[in-house]
Design a protein around this ligand. Structure first.
Ligand SMILES: [Zn+2]
Ligand SMILES: [Zn+2]
Length: 234
């Protein structure tokens, strides 16, 4: 008599069998989930999704920096165990984390009372050389899972024109100027985004410069509106 036809799911972090199966894909057991930092409900910035200490609906950084998108969410603050998981995913290609991150982003998105209904999810592209050396685009894989959860398509209309230099050494303005030249929507991709509502996805929100440049390029190419989502907010 088979009590169990399917092996119990294992926690992605500790490898222990999990008491209850998450919806179809691998996840974290309760104690590993509890060890992750989280952003308190009701104190999330409407534009970056990060923790918001102000009395406004947006954090200090978003209040003082132009953000060309409508609203944004993130799944985790980028520190502690959440940062460690993302680095493992990104640099050691632990791809089973992708559906888990997508689930957490989808949850944050649904909880946020978003201002738009996305028609597609668009990942921030890597330059092809970096993609080749890393073996995958960490944002693209999460975007595919997120699109499936939201019931929309995942498309890749953005290209990275060339590897950008050392962004860290530049001030915010030159960083955005530099990045704006780095993204392009090739002519044959324009019809896929024209007039559409887009959810733009990146792995980590640091200054927002990458998302700003990509949003501006999408809007210039005819996208109707853009929202952003990230795995974590630094
Ligand atoms: Zn665990
Ligand atoms: Zn913010």
């Amino acid at each position: 008599m088979a009590d169990r036809l399917v092996a119990p799911p294992l926690c992605l972090v500790c490898g222990n069998a999990m008491a209850e199966a998450p919806d179809g894909t691998a996840g974290l057991c309760r104690s590993c989930e509890n060890a992750l930092p989280c952003i308190p409900e009701g104190r999330r910035c409407q534009l970056c999704g990060g923790e918001n200490d102000t009395a406004l609906s947006v954090c200090h950084e978003c209040a003082t920096t132009p953000r060309p998108w409508l609203c944004g969410v993130t799944a985790f603050p980028y520190h502690g165990q959440a940062g460690a998981l993302i680095r493992e995913y990104k640099y050691h290609r632990v791809t089973p984390y992708a559906p888990y991150f997508a689930r957490k982003i989808a949850q944050a998105w649904q909880d946020s009372q978003p201002l738009l209904h996305p028609e597609c999810v668009v990942p921030i592209p890597l330059h092809w050389l970096r993609r080749l050396s890393r073996g995958f685009n960490q944002a693209e894989l999460v975007a595919r899972h997120l699109a499936a959860l939201l019931g929309v398509s995942s498309i890749t209309p953005l290209r990275r024109r060339r590897a950008t230099g050392h962004q860290a050494r530049l001030d915010a303005d030159s960083r955005i100027r530099n990045l704006r030249r780095a993204f392009v929507v090739p002519p044959h991709e324009v019809s896929r985004i024209a007039g559409r509502s887009i959810l733009l996805l990146d792995d980590v929100f640091t200054t927002g410069a990458t998302l700003t440049a990509a949003t501006e390029i999408l809007l210039a190419a005819g996208a109707a509106e853009v929202a952003v989502a990230t795995i974590a907010r630094a």
